[in-house]
Ligand binder design. Structure first.
Ligand SMILES: *[C@@H]1O[C@H](CO)[C@@H](O)[C@H](O)[C@H]1NC(C)=O
Ligand SMILES: *[C@@H]1O[C@H](CO)[C@@H](O)[C@H](O)[C@H]1NC(C)=O
Ligand SMILES: *[C@@H]1O[C@H](CO)[C@@H](O)[C@H](O)[C@H]1NC(C)=O
Ligand SMILES: *[C@@H]1O[C@H](CO)[C@@H](O)[C@H](O)[C@H]1NC(C)=O
Ligand SMILES: *[C@@H]1O[C@H](CO)[C@@H](O)[C@H](O)[C@H]1NC(C)=O
Length: 663
């Protein structure tokens, strides 16, 4: 390549020509992405793809290159992400693409690493994300019915999906333009929403709005957990196992958009774990039975920063027991065991995709699928689907040991390069090492106390209750209700007593009577509504009752929120009161401390075990909700985890009696 500096120095007349050269964007060759019944076809070649979900707003941009590299090193060909509508269109027509929401930057990080991108545009994403990714403002657009053949919904959805597609096209990110996006998705998991098939009939009329987009991106479009999407959309499977999945059309390939290598966490419950042997078993079975695109949902789960976690009661951590943990560290042995699996499957790629297949029964619960191609290549998968018994099978006059619930991969029909139940990788236990943080200022702490009840002028006065979400419109987790009433004689909590009872469909409440905290109640993941009954003392004359209603994931909040006390520039706000030590057991209190950065490059967590429930900020950025709520001792935990047999999130749980999320 010529060096522009030298050319410019040689002759000034070369300058116009040179400028022209510099202005031209580097043009990558466009790729032709299509599919047939077997797989995607990229530039004429069938491809078997390992894809990994990394959701960009669930980590910070500084983490992206390493996460993507670790996925590539783990055997990924492709990164998958949702596009989070409510993170981007914060008010109708008002868009946000900065920082963790810099979608183009994320796509380019993936492109720079040489990986493909699968873009699932929504508009609905679920994803344990607040309101499933749909903006709460859309709830208040008159006449809107979500995810149906409904005019206001279609109009806003079309606007957003068009905006995203245009943005990606402008950056030339679709494979048809030389970029790395090879697949895109509209909507999500229609298959399980009856509403979508309600009065408006099939939602196809709604799809038509965005189908036009699909046509001009030049890449195939998919629809996950769906079995009857209209052509040319590819139906795909989401589940713990997808080997039985049939795409419902002889012309469509078998894709698995969500393989769940773990499960999400819920405040107040123990934590589920999916054993690596079982994840590997499921993936091997999928490719054995003709699958060709497999995506881990999620490969790195990350963190539900701020108030982005979905409701109800989804934790701030979205670790998911994924191959890369919340902090961005490889989870061993899971990450390495899957890498070995991917390497072994890749050895079989050509024969799997171009060969013919023969099924052989090797025993009551033992079987082989054999692929042979025209150049003599032979690949075999030997499976023992018995959830209890190990087995020895004979295949092509040789004997093979097959542990219970396992698959062996033989890229030459002879030598086993991988068995899903035999984990070769070391185990790595990541532990928190305490580090005392040094206060960088003499006044260690500042506090701000919220008033009990409405702190300014009330937003409105009415007789009776209002709906929490409709009132706060998701601008805060908190809503105060206050009332006062007069009694003629006092009631103590003993003897003839007064009782406060609250029957709520909300997530939680704190109750205050005459400025004193009297009690709280919360729902949980399986029953978000709750009932609270409290004996109370009433004084003669006027009594003031204040209830603070709270949401934990959607589903006029606090004074400190109104003043944005969490912002660094509010550090000297007069409302903050300096303290040498933080006060304890104080509800409605904001705490602030300045500390020096801990030494080293290791990830840092903050221990919140001694705290109640609230929200945390670091340097003005919302980290998320904290709540060291513990699960009960008998919340399905097991001391050992048997990988054999079908996985469900009830299996292999840990941490009973512990906070669901301490850090
Ligand atoms: C793209 O590939 C398909 C099948 O592999 C082929 O039929 C089609 O002609 C190709 N299109 C272009 C523009 O090369
Ligand atoms: C859709 O986008 C266009 C152009 O950006 C804008 O003028 C229009 O108001 C938007 N419509 C809706 C329903 O938001
Ligand atoms: C599979 O393909 C091989 C090589 O092309 C051929 O010899 C063999 O007969 C085929 N088997 C079946 C069952 O189609
Ligand atoms: C909340 O607002 C929506 C949209 O305005 C309305 O349809 C719904 O009935 C309201 N719900 C309650 C419980 O007030
Ligand atoms: C959730 O709340 C319901 C109703 O209050 C209760 O029966 C159930 O045991 C709770 N579940 C857990 C896991 O705490």
């Amino acid at each position: 390549m010529a060096t522009p500096g030298a050319a410019a120095a040689a002759s000034s007349s070369a300058l116009p020509f040179l400028l022209l050269l510099l202005l031209l964007p580097p043009l990558a060759a466009a790729a032709n992405v299509t599919y047939d019944h077997r797989s995607l076809i990229i530039d004429g070649r069938r491809r078997l793809l390992i894809s990994t979900s990394i959701h960009y707003p669930r980590s910070v941009p500084a983490m992206w290159p390493k996460l993507v590299d670790d996925a590539k090193d783990g055997g990924a060909d492709c990164i998958e992400t949702y596009v989070f509508w409510n993170g981007h269109e914060i008010a109708p027509g008002k868009y946000y693409f900065e920082d963790r929401f810099d979608l183009v930057r994320f796509a380019k990080v993936v492109n720079d690493a040489g990986l493909y991108l699968m873009l699932r545009i929504g508009p609905f994403v679920a994803a344990e994300w607040n309101f499933g990714g749909v903006p709460v403002w859309l709830h208040h657009v008159p006449g809107t019915v979500f995810r149906t053949n409904n005019e206001p919904f279609k109009r806003h959805m079309k606007n957003f999906t068009t905006y995203i597609v245009d943005m990606m096209k402008k950056e030339r990110l679709f494979a048809s333009q030389g970029g790395n996006i090879i697949l895109a998705q509209i909507e999500n998991e229609y298959g399980d929403t009856e509403a979508a098939y309600g009065a408006g009939g099939k939602p196809y009329a709604m799809w038509a709005a965005s189908m036009a987009l699909a046509q001009n991106t030049g890449v195939p479009w998919i629809m996950c957990q769906q079995y009857d999407a209209p052509d040319p959309v590819i139906n795909t499977c989401n589940s713990f196992y997808c080997d039985q999945f049939q795409p419902n059309s002889p012309t469509k390939p078998k894709f698995w958009t969500e393989n769940w290598p773990g499960w999400f966490q819920t405040f107040g419950e123990s934590n589920p774990h999916r054993p690596p042997e079982d994840v590997a078993f499921a993936v091997a079975r999928f490719f054995e039975k003709g699958g060709s695109v497999q995506n881990y949902y999620v490969y790195h789960g990350g963190t539900n920063f701020g108030r982005t976690s979905g409701g109800p009661f989804i934790t701030t951590s979205y670790d998911y027991d994924a191959p890369i943990d919340e902090y961005g560290l490889r989870r061993l042995p899971k990450w390495a065991h899957l890498r070995e699996l991917h390497r072994s499957i890749k050895l079989c790629e050509h024969t799997l995709l171009y060969g013919n297949t023969t099924f052989l029964s090797l025993g009551p619960k033992q079987e082989a699928d054999v692929y042979i191609d025209q150049s003599g290549g032979c690949v075999a998968f030997l499976a023992n689907v018995d959830p209890d018994k190990d087995s020895v099978v004979t295949f092509r006059n040789r004997q093979y040991d097959l542990p219970a619930w396992s698959v062996s991969i033989l890229p030459d029909c002879k030598n086993v390069v991988f068995n899903s139940a035999k984990v070769q990788s070391q185990t790595l236990v990541v532990d928190m090492v305490p580090e005392r943080m040094q206060a960088s200022k003499p006044d260690r702490w500042s506090i701000f106390r919220e008033k009990t009840g409405i702190w300014g002028k009330s937003d409105f006065i009415q007789n009776g209750f209002v709906d929490h979400i409709n009132t706060t419109k998701d601008s805060t987790d908190y809503l105060w209700y206050t009332t006062s009433f007069s009694v003629e004689k006092s009631y103590s909590s003993k003897g003839s007593h007064a009782v406060l009872s609250i029957d709520s469909k909300g997530h939680g409440v704190l109750a205050f009577l005459n400025n004193e905290f009297i009690g709280s109640a919360y729902g949980n993941g399986s029953k978000s509504s709750f009932f609270l009954e409290l004996p109370v003392n009433l004084r003669t004359g006027n009594n003031e009752l204040a209830l603070l209603s709270m949401t934990v994931g959607l589903q006029i909040g606090l004074e400190g929120e109104y003043y944005s006390l969490f912002k660094p520039e509010q550090g000297n706000n007069q409302r903050w009161t300096p303290q040498s030590e933080p006060p304890k057991n104080q509800p409605l209190t904001w705490y602030k401390v300045s500390v020096d950065v801990p030494e080293g490059d290791d990830p840092v967590g903050i221990d919140m075990q001694s705290m109640g429930k609230g929200l945390a900020w670091l340097n003005g950025n919302p980290i998320g909700r904290y709540w060291p709520r513990t699960s009960s001792m008998d919340n399905r935990c097991t001391s050992s985890c048997n990988y054999r047999g079908k996985f469900s999130p009830d299996k292999c749980r840990t941490g009973c009696g512990q906070p669901t999320q301490r850090w």
